[in-house]
Ligand binder design. Sequence first.
Ligand code: NAD
Length: 513
Amino acid sequence: MTDFGIKEALKQLGVKEINNGTATGSDNFSNGALIESYSPVDGKLIGKVKATSKEDYEKVMETAGEAYLSFRNMPAPQRGEIVRQFGNKLRELKEPLGKLISYEMGKSLQEGYGEVQEMIDICDFAVGLSRQLNGQTMPSERPGHVMREQWHPIGVVGIISAFNFPVAVWAWNTSLAWICGDVCVWKGSEKVPLCSIACQNIIAGVLKENNLPEGISSIINGDHTVGEMMTKDTRMPLVSATGSTNMGRIVGATVAQRFGKSLLELGGNNAIIITPTADLKVVVPGAVFGAVGTCGQRCTSTRRLIIHESVYDKVRDAIVGAYQQLTIGNPLDEKNHIGPLIDQDSVNTYLAAIAKAKAEGGKMLVEGGVLTGEGYESGCYVKPAIIEADNHFEIVQHETFAPILYLMKYSGEVENAILQQNGVAQGLSSAIMTNELKEAEKFLSYAGSDCGIANVNIGTSGAEIGGAFGGEKETGGGRESGSDAWKVYMRRQTNTINYSDELPLAQGIKFDL
Ligand code: NAD
């Protein structure tokens, strides 16, 4: 049977059978226990990675701290040049890296390539930004004075990432942090450790070619215990953490305890509102890709469809019909739409959610279940399910990281749909399908969607890097990627400069000596 070029991809990326999961630049070392990485695609062992011990972590932080002292001296546009070279290496290695992502995480090959493209795009964005880390000047109230604002690097940035975007989230953070003059220590998800190894190999090569210090980019590996070393570490002024709301609650509180900054990118519970004028040609692919893409394992996956009662039957039938066309199987085989869930725990969570939805009164429109037999040996392939439900069901209020779509009705005006859309604890992504200008604008207004992302006539998933990415409420409030998200990787300094011969005080205060 074909291995879809996986062996060759691992070779090209320098991923071995046993890998050191702790690396600062080109220097690999680690002493922790071995983490085994099994593919959800076929259940086979892909490779092993040594976890990071406390001693290893100390070495990484020392090397990172030293690297920072020299890297911050490098002019920002020159740092941009390093990111440009990194982006070019990613272009060269897009195919093997995309394959590894698909094989280790389970997303479709197209989405694997898309994830690498996202890394390339953010590199391009960061290169341009490296000449635009602009502060402002402000008029001073005092004669002969001027005020300005500067942005300085923040230091060693910690990055904690989730399994579902094994590499792009790192690149979103790190390419911006680097042009800002920071150095990065990355703990990827313990579920996809080989993706981190591959990325570290790529950037280590670029740093070496440029004679730059190792420690500008480091990786550490392991579960939450390794993550906790970062969150408690006062040498790490910023921790950017992507993952579940439960994780964010702990990480946010721990980092805040030591007055560090955290950038939290947490779970979503994303809905599409489908109004009477919605165009089914847009609704069906938008909703179906949103619900089943990456097997429902995107933070922006569509979880809920809030459909106007007048078009409910028509929309329901079209979506249920489209589900019959979906093919589930090896994601490296491009004829399949949907790959596996990440692991058995995730399959159990999916099954429990369906059982709970039924117990709460949900009606199955498309039955779920685990697939067995040839091609499904890993036990991680499930059928995408559709359930008619109410927004207040406890299970609907939670993010289940699996392909389960809840359908619900609204009646009357769009405000009623917006109430349902906002009626969950998470606030990441949202969308409205409408051809009514007033409905669209209401949805986008201050009284509309309360999410960080609000779209019109496209689905909830599939963000571009140009906009700031992130969400409100239990999604954590952080913003990454485009717009002015770079500011979180820097510290702001306000300067007042006196070029007069007097010393007038602000607010006209008199202090005569
Ligand atoms: P997870 O919370 O289980 O793990 C995420 C990362 O956090 C892992 O690297 C893990 O080791 C680490 N971690 C867990 N507990 C920690 C602790 N106490 N201290 C330090 N580190 C800790 O999430 P997951 O299952 O890998 O990913 C799925 C979740 O991520 C979903 O909820 C999804 O919505 C969310 N997600 C959000 C975004 C976003 O941008 N908002 C993007 C991708 C994924």
